[in-house]
Design a binder for this molecule. Sequence first.
Ligand SMILES: [Zn+2]
Length: 464
Amino acid sequence: MSRDDALLAIDTFYNSDAFYDLLNRRVGFRTESNLPGCEAELQRYLDEEMVPYLTQMGFSCVIHKNPRADAGPILVAQRFEDDALPTVMTYGHGDVVAGYDEQWQDNMSPWEVTKSDDIWYGRGTADNKGQHTINFAAMEAVLSLRGHLGFNVIALIEMGEERGSPGLREFCAEQADLFKADLFIASDGPRIAPDAPTMFMGSRGVCNFVMRLDAHKGAHHSGNWGGLLTNPGVVLSHALASMIDRNGKILIEGWRKSTMPNSVRAAIAKLHVGGGENAPQINPNWGEPDLTPEERVFASNTFEIRAFQTGNPASPANAIPASAIAYGHLRYVVGTDPTELLPQLRAHLDAHGFHDIVVSPERDPMYATRLDPDHPWAQWAKKSLEQTAGKEIAVLPNLGGSLPNDVFADILGLPTIWVPHSYSGCSQHAPNEHILESISREALRLMTGLWWDLGAGDTPKSGS
Ligand SMILES: [Zn+2]
């Protein structure tokens, strides 16, 4: 039995419609974790779908209560062969965002997989049921062909990712002994382009905050009071203008970060951001002046004003508004200390005379992570994926977006490798979410090759 036999077996699996049937069954669970009353369905996805499936593959499964009382259960499934073999941790999430059942084109139901040429529609096809279904199906193909895997597996399936993974951090910190592994391999998020097999090894962090200026109790007639009262909208817009220039360059001391190791710079130099026909036009002159567009999105910090309001735009009055509010965030790379960001903003505002503007965090930050592209496990995975793909793959040191990858990279201390099976036009979180058949077919092969190679013996030693 060879690697090629395993790839042939997964092709056969795909062509037999077995992949469709499996995914269709999983999409049928309405695991909408951000809607009230979803608890029973979240539990059912694990009880009736994942536990039986993984048990027949030889996993021992335990469903843990989430440390946060209001959050969904966490499945930990272990399949152990031998101490001497490498151990991989893998991850997926079985929850999805709301179905928005009425809004899908052609009256499609989000809760079954509808095929239309290369496109397979259904809630969770891209995020994340399709992705973990691919990974476990590939693992099962290797298992049935080889009779064993040649490695040990610890799988974690959570049911709250779409709510920001409540309890995941605490759970992994408390149960770190369950997750002793040599590396982490999982799938979520998009490829850099539909036809470009991609791996990424971390993500940017994100710090969301609110800036607010309350100038008066209530609005005041501008004929009677204009020229006499401070306009909070004017003041807040000047404060924002002091933070970023009109071409998107950050002006706050400490917020710009674009130092990168040579290995990261070299990996990014091979990438090309874009995103196909429906993608917006990139402004090559936006952001940090001395960086390439790819360095800006993958290797530097970027600041956005996400929303900004003064008065009542829905019904503008001839009045001086009482207050103004802006919602901002910084996406940041490794090397930025997130605990420093809001103090640095405070210092900046004070230095520019904006003492009255109140800054508050909107929620806990997501942390930035990045595995060096030269890390032995990163090199190993790249080689395996390229052997299967028959071409060079895109290597992102980190995703531009954010993931709870610090749980695995920092709390559990694992080298983290993500192989995404979706693409940026997949309508994730919106009506008409879908995957592409062409990507799924290739992804099954890539993952089969990766699992095959992990069990074939020629891997970096543990702890390297
Ligand atoms: Zn999602």
